[in-house]
Every structure is written in C-alpha cells, then in structure tokens.
Design a protein around this ligand. Structure first.
Ligand SMILES: Nc1nc2c(ncn2[C@@H]2O[C@H](COP(=O)(O)OP(=O)(O)OP(=O)(O)O)[C@@H](O)[C@H]2O)c(=O)[nH]1
Ligand SMILES: [Mg+2]
Length: 686
C-alpha cells in the first residue's frame, strides 16, 4: 500500500532482550495481516526479518530488519531489532526513527537486562510503548507474575489490555479487554475472528477490565466524569482515550500471546493501530532546518547483491524516486534512485514516500548511517545517537602474511555498518585490537571478514579493560621548579581530588577551577587540567585509566618570568600522582552477565565451574531438558570460556555474555594484578 498521509502510518521498533521472540512475533504479524502466506520459523531459517546467513547459522537476529504490514488501512512499519547486547547499535538507531516501541518480554523471564536498557532509551526518546508478553505456552510461564514485574521494574503505568486463557502448554487463547472478546489459539494457522469470552473467566476479566478502565479514565477528565456517572463507556471512546494516554506516555498497554502459534496477533495489530500514535500526531525531533525534502539514514545494509542499501525515515517530503538531495556532512550531491519498501531482504519499488514513512534506496555514494540528506544545503545537526562504548578487545592478526591491509579495509567497512565495532592499534604493544560490545559481535565480524572480504584472521584472547578510581578525598601540592641559569621553569599548584558519584557509568572526569585572587593566571589553569588528564591515562596501581574523579584546582603560585604552560602541566600531573596515592585508589574490573544454556545433567558441573570463576548465580530456568543459568562473572575469569563449556557439556552448551558494570576487584586478586603490572613495568625498564 502506498500511503500518502502521515496519519495512516505507524512506525514501531520491536525490541527487547535476546531470544524473547521478537522476530517470531514480527513474522506472525506479517502472516496474520496477509503480507506472507506462511508462518516462517527461526528453526527453519524462514522468517522474513532474519534473512542473513549468519543469522540462520546462529538462530538469532544480528541486525535490525525493516518489514511492513497493512492493517485496517494503516501501514505499520516494524523494525525488528536484535536483542543481543552485541548488536545494540541497530536497536538504538531504530528507536530514533519510530514513534512507538513494541517491547517484547518472555512470560517466563519477565524483565531482563536488555528489556530495561531498551526501556530507558525509549524514556529518553519519549516513545510510546506497547508491551507484549510472549511465550505464554512455555513451562513456568506466568503472565500475572510478569505483569507485576513490569509494573515494579519498568513502570507502574503498565496496564493489561489482554489476558491469557489457560496456562503454559494449556494456553488456549487470549482475551482482548479493550474490545471484550476472545481469540482462540490457531496453532500456527491464521487467527480466526473474535469469540465470546469463556464464562469461566468472567470474574477475572471483569476485574482486569475495571483496572484498565480505571487507568484509562484517570488520564481523561471527560471520560472520568461519564464513568463516575455510571455510564457504560463505548469501546471506541476508551480506545481513543487510551491512544491519547499512550501518545503522551501516560500508559503502557500490556498485551500477550504466543508468537510461534500466531496467537494474539489480531488483538495486537488492533492495538498498534488504535494505540500507537502516527507520525502526524507525534512526529520526529530530528532537525532538518527549512528543507522541503529531508531524510534521515538510520541503517546501512551491505547487501552482497544489491550493494549498499540505506534505510531512511522521511523527515520532510514527500520523497520521490530520482530526486537529488545533498548531504551537508560531505556537501556531496546524492541522487536517490528507485525508492524501495523493504520486507527483510525482499523489496518493492514505490513511486514516493510521504513524511514519516520508512523506506530505502540502494547505492548512495558517500552516505553513512546517521546522515541527514536535504534538498538544499541547510546547516543541520544530525541527531546524536549515544552508542555504548566497546568493552571487549581482541588482538587480531591475519592468518596469511601480507593480508594486513585487506583486513583493515574489511574491518573499516564493517564498522561503517556497525558503529560499535572499532579497530585500533595498541600504542603499548603495537598489536591491532578489534573491539566490540560482546565476544559474539567480534566473532560475527570475523566470520564476515572471511565471507565478504576473503580474509582469514585469528583472534587472540582479549585483555581485561581494568579501570582505577579513588574512594576518598585527598589534597596535594606540587611545585615544579628549575631555576638554574637562563630562563627557568616554574609551576606550582594545589589540587583536591574527590570521587564522583556514578563515576563508573556517567561522567568520569571533571575539572573545577577554584582559584581566587588570580594566584595562577587564567592562561595556565587549563595546563594543570591537561597535566592531570595525562596522569589519569595510566593509574599508579595497574597502569589502567583512572575514572570517576573530580579535580578542584584550589591554590598555586606563578613566577612572572619562569612560568609556562609546560611547567604547570608537569606540576598538575605530579600533584595528581601525589594526591592519588593518598586517596585510597582501587582497581575496578568489568563484570559480565552470562547466560549459559546446558543439558540438565551438566548443571551441577557448570555451576561449580562458574563458582570457581568468582561467579554469582542469579537464576536458573529449566525448559525441556535444557537449563538456562544466569550469573554475573568478572570478565577476567571468563575470557576463555567456550572450551571449558564444550568439555563440560560435550559440546551441547551455549552461552551469551554482555557487559554489566564495573566493580572493585577483591583485594587478594587486585594484589596479584598490581604485582604483575609492577613486574612488567620493571622488565620494560630493564
Ligand atoms: N514456545 C515458544 N517459543 C517461542 C515463542 N516465540 C519465539 N519462540 C522461540 O524462541 C526462540 C527465539 O525466538 P526469536 O524470534 O528468534 O527471538 P528474538 O527475540 O527475535 O531473538 P533475537 O533477535 O536473537 O534477540 C526461537 O527458537 C523461537 O522459535 C513462543 O511464543 N513460544
Ligand atoms: Mg530476532
């Protein structure tokens, strides 16, 4: 359907934790809406959204996929986002171009690490949200427990709009509390029309319908008055008020179903159309000046056949094929060829796209993800997407000598597709380091280097990115002075250093100028800051970067002839080192969250092993002969886990790991690392 009105579009990112059924759900929505005529599965590698060979091999999404369906004369654009922490860049980029997020959670696991991350991002972008509790059919699934968790951990404003009929493998349908009807389990076929609600559920349905109405009328004065008067509110009025509340972020409707059986999709499609605002109602905050035509490129796909494909959102338009736009970043003219609508790897040509719609074009010249293209050159600030910092670094070498250049070129191309992947040279060892968010992300890059660029490389175990910080305040003064003959050197400063709150995550350094009476002139104060920063690059404990410190420059002295920036920089650096020693410095290490799935009989061995790696067990989830163990483990202990897991499980185990936070290294472990660094430094000096 070529839509011509922004009011008829719904842009929705399907996001959440890994493996909760996002791709399966998108598949079911496509099927139910008649876009496809069979329900593809992850297992058979036949879903529309996971179309890449690497995704089939790993049975998980590795990048965002754009699909769309038509429902009640509305066009719903869905961006199926990867849940794995290594591929978050695509998720964050997708969240930037939609009005709504369909947050999928598992009815067994509830709120998980990446559910909370997605939620937080959606908060920042003020996205409307619908939650879908999937996998109602699984062992230990519990919709009501998950609803409580959503309300407790994400927002109290989560409110059920659907209820399950039956539990676990006996789930037979769902109730739609908005339209007061039921849908029965189609077991993977097309879902049939609305049915009467089973009598046995009458009380429960009544009670949840009241909770829903209470929540909705709470957000609408007119409705509240009518409700209090005892009026039976018509479904459309309730839906209308719900949509207003969802648009304003005042309510988060919670739906449910079973993606792999196509249960719950009719009610969900209705909810997306009725509940999520269109671009006409909510619109974008991305800047495009006074341009009459503008698009924002949120994703680049390196298609082996079609070349580079740029996915974009129309900011101002309409946009027709064969239009020439300009990229203010490069000042280059870019001709848009045929405009495409995507459905995973399939594409359909369309004549034009209206404001708010999502589409794609192939073969732009120099456009990268994040660019805004406009019809005439206006100074636009492309939206900043805050991508997480890569934490896993592996030394990488080509297997064949002479392939260095080819490897670097390939990795550069891959990092254009994924901004959280980076290649750099370690100044200390001269090695090439490939960094990413997770080991899996780096391994996928290595696979792609081979399949797309024909370079075979070897990965060496990553180094642990330790950090250092301080636990208490300290003060130090240093005078740097050389005044023997000729022009001398003089810099004198006194600083106070103190720990910053949340220094491990948010801001990690702050310099505060507290000089009064000009005892150091304005021009020299930044030099002190520079000296401190330099000293912080390699902490005195283990040579790790120092984080989370506020430095106050409180006093000092200067010499009318001998002072220089250089002298103050050295004084700043030395003062910092002295204060640092007194400030109770500690070593911090990255803690990873690991999810290990193993056959039930290996659980004991795997738990014991995690324990010996200083792991802390967070939970276990048995399901059909396999158990998923969740634990927090220091990265240093788990660098070479795959071999251990293979031998403990006879190759039947699987794991995913992601960075969680920094924590203080226990004293006895820290001592060893500090001694080791000392030894290495002395050896380097010798
Ligand atoms: N029993 C059951 N299994 C499901 C359901 N939904 C998905 N699955 C299975 O769960 C696994 C993960 O499903 P996906 O659709 O790949 O999940 P995802 O959230 O897209 O995963 P990532 O994109 O890798 O984060 C697959 O094996 C699916 O067949 C469901 O409702 N019930
Ligand atoms: Mg997926």
């Amino acid at each position: 359907m070529a839509v011509t009105e922004p009011g008829k579009i719904r842009n929705i990112a399907v996001a959440g934790h890994r493996g909760v059924g996002k791709t399966s759900l998108a598949e079911a929505l496509l099927f139910q809406a008649g876009k496809t005529n069979r329900l593809g599965t992850i297992e058979a590698g036949t879903t529309a959204a996971d179309w890449d060979d690497d995704e089939h091999k790993r049975q998980m999404s590795l990048s965002g996929a754009l699909v769309h369906v038509d429902w009640h004369e509305r066009k719903i654009n869905l961006v199926d986002c990867p849940g794995d922490a290594g591929f978050q860049a695509d998720t964050y980029a997708a969240l930037r171009v939609v009005e709504g997020a369909l947050v999928v959670v598992s009815a067994v696991m509830g709120v998980e690490v990446n559910t909370a991350r997605v939620w937080k991002r959606a908060d920042e972008y003020e996205l409307s949200r619908v939650v879908f509790v999937n996998m109602l059919d699984r062992e230990r699934a519990d919709f009501f427990r998950v609803l409580d968790a959503l309300r407790a951990q994400l927002s109290e404003r989560c409110v059920a709009v659907h209820l399950p009929i039956g539990v676990e493998h006996e789930v037979t349908g769902i109730v739609d509390l908005l339209h007061m009807c039921a849908y029965m389990d189609p077991s993977g076929g097309k879902e049939g029309g609305p049915q009467p609600i089973p009598d046995s559920l009458a009380d429960q349905v009544q009670s949840y319908r009241e909770k829903l109405l209470d929540a909705v009328v709470e957000t609408n004065e007119d409705l509240m008055a009518r409700y209090l008067d005892g009026e039976e509110l018509p479904a459309e009025d309730v839906a209308h008020a719900l949509k207003d509340a969802v648009t304003r972020d005042e309510l988060y409707p919670v739906a449910c179903g079973v993606a792999t059986k196509n249960l719950g999709t009719t009610a969900l499609l209705d909810l997306l159309v009725e509940g999520v605002p269109s671009p006409a109602r909510k619109g974008t905050t991305i800047e495009f000046g006074d341009a009459k035509q503008a698009v924002f490129v949120f994703k680049t796909i390196a298609d082996p056949f079609a070349g580079r494909i740029s996915c974009f959102r129309v900011l101002a338009g309409p946009i027709t094929g064969d239009t020439t736009l300009v990229d203010p970043r490069t000042h280059a003219k870019e001709r848009l060829g045929q405009i495409l609508l995507l459905n995973g790897k399939e594409s359909e040509p369309v004549e034009s796209l209206c404001v708010g719609d999502l589409g794609a074009v192939a073969k732009l010249k120099d456009v990268v993800t994040g660019d805004v293209l406009v019809d005439h050159e206006v100074p636009v600030e492309p939206p900043h997407i805050d991508f997480p910092e890569p934490v896993m670094s592996f030394a990488i070498t080509p297997k064949a000598k002479g392939d260095e250049e080819k490897m670097a070129t390939g990795l550069r191309r891959l990092s254009e597709e994924d901004p959280t992947l980076s290649l750099r040279r370690d100044p200390q060892t001269g090695e090439q380091l490939l960094s990413g968010l997770t080991q899996m992300q780096v391994e996928v890059a290595v696979d792609r280097l081979k399949s797309r660029f024909h370079v075979d490389v070897e990965l060496h175990p990553p180094r642990v990115p330790y950090k250092e910080t301080i636990r208490k305040e300290a003060r130090a003064r240093h005078r740097y002075k050389k005044q023997t003959g000729g022009r001398g050197q003089f810099g004198d400063c006194e600083i106070v250093i103190e720990p910053m709150q949340n220094g491990d995550e948010g801001q990690t350094y702050e310099f505060v100028d507290k000089i009064v009476g000009g005892v150091i002139s304005q021009g020299y104060r930044p030099a002190v800051d520079k000296g401190v920063r330099e000293a912080m690059e390699h902490g005195e404990l283990a040579g790790a970067p120092v984080h989370g410190i506020r430095v106050l420059l409180v006093d000092g002295m200067e010499h009318s002839v001998d002072s220089s920036e250089m002298a103050f920089k050295i004084a700043g650096s030395m003062a910092f080192k002295e204060a640092y020693q007194k400030a109770d410095p500690v070593l911090l290490e990255p803690i990873m969250e690991i999810e290990v799935t193993v056959p039930d009989e290996s659980v004991g061995a795997v738990n014991g092993d995690l324990n010996s790696r200083r792991g802390r067990l967070q939970g276990m989830e048995p399901s059909g002969g396999m158990t998923t163990i969740k634990a927090e483990v220091p990265m240093a202990e788990i660098l070479t886990y795959s071999q251990a897991l293979t031998s403990m499980t006879g190759g039947r185990g699987d794991y995913h790991m992601q960075f969680l936070r920094y924590e203080e290294v226990p004293v006895h472990v820290a001592q060893k690392i500090i001694e080791q660094t000392k030894k290495e430094r002395e050896e380097a000096k010798a």
